[in-house]
Design a protein around this ligand. Structure first.
Ligand code: F6P
Length: 319
């Protein structure tokens, strides 16, 4: 019997388990067989898969990480690797492959679809850097994690009258810093999409000090510049002691928020509705809140746009 394969790939994101759960339960509801491939695309090469029944997805909706495991597969970036992967998928009788992951994972799925594999992707990445959709699985949980950290850092910063640079993830996308900056009341936000203005940050710090402010939170997207060098420069320029907190992998774990669980459940269940008939090459996503399926190649071609209105809002309310 042909099966539906499911794997999680790339950086894990809270809510991946909720998506797996909804997918398996919907498949069982429709009497379809699901094979869970372990450790992302790597599991395809080892034919490392398990039959997934109702009990295999019990008690996971609230758990971070992914019960299937994940990886970043270099082999999937090569022609030979892709051909080998397709052979293993055929050997495992996988008719439709559902890939839960971010941009790199979706590109892997697209490459497989060009070799004749039916694929359906579900967006899951804390970065929210996929242009075709609004709100990938894991993004809202990561925002909550950042907000929790900002709250604690503000306590100690206020106690010491310090500034604190909080470095967040996001790779080339500033959404985590932008949205957490708005919700967390950060004084300054430094993002990949906006030119860095040292004097602007300095002025805000000095103006805050003049008003009697005891803290100053600066959110910084990773890879933009060195948080430690910036802290030194700002401290010299303002006389305000400036510390650094790199949040790192804490942002990838944790109990998924209600929003992430709901989105993941909708997307996981929806994937099964496409696992019938001809070969598919689809990207599922929540587009302006609506569950939609787009051609995978077209979805990947949609450039991520930076929300200037949100940035303007942040600028306005962070003075
Ligand atoms: O894409 C998610 C993400 O957490 C990025 O924000 C970060 O740059 C990257 O993954 C880290 O990747 P890895 O887990 O391979 O170190």
């Amino acid at each position: 019997m042909m099966a539906i394969g499911v794997l999680t790939s790339g950086g894990d994101a809270p809510g991946m388990n909720a998506a797996i759960r909804a997918l398996v339960r919907s498949a069982v509801y429709e009497n379809k067989e699901v094979l869970g491939i372990r450790n992302g695309y790597t599991g395809i090469f080892n034919e490392d898969a398990m039959n997934m029944d109702l009990s295999s997805v019990a008690d996971i909706i609230h758990k971070g990480g992914t019960i299937l495991g994940t990886s970043r597969s270099e082999k999937m970036r090569t022609e030979e690797g892709l051909i080998e992967a397709k052979k293993h998928l055929d050997a495992m009788n996988i008719e439709h492959l559902v890939v839960i992951g971010g941009d790199g994972s979706m590109h892997g799925a697209l490459a497989l679809s060009k070799l004749g594999q039916s694929v359906i992707t579900i967006p899951a990445t804390i970065d929210n850097d996929l242009g075709y959709q609004h709100g990938s699985i894991g993004f809202y949980t990561a925002i909550e994690t950042i907000l929790d950290a900002i709250g604690k850092i503000r306590d100690t910063s206020s106690a010491h009258k310090r500034a604190n640079i909080v470095e967040v993830m996001g790779r080339h996308c500033g959404d985590l810093a932008l949205y957490a900056g708005i919700a967390g009341g950060a004084e300054s936000v430094i993002l990949p999409e906006v030119d860095f203005d040292f004097d602007g940050v300095k002025k805000k710090m000095l103006a805050g000090k003049l008003r009697g402010k005891r803290h100053h939170i600066i959110l910084l997207t990773e890879d933009k510049l060195s948080a430690y060098a910036l802290a030194k420069d700002l401290e010299e320029a303002t006389g305000i002691e400036t510390r650094v907190t790199v949040l790192g992998y804490v942002q990838r774990g944790g109990i998924p928020t209600g929003a992430d669980r709901i989105n993941a459940s909708r997307l996981g269940a929806e994937a099964i509705t496409y696992c019938r008939g001809d070969k598919k090459s689809l990207a599922l996503g929540l587009i302006h809140g609506e569950l939609q399926a787009m051609d995978l190649e077209e979805a990947l071609a949609v450039e991520k746009t930076f929300d200037r209105d949100m940035y303007h809002l942040l600028d306005k309310i962070s003075i």
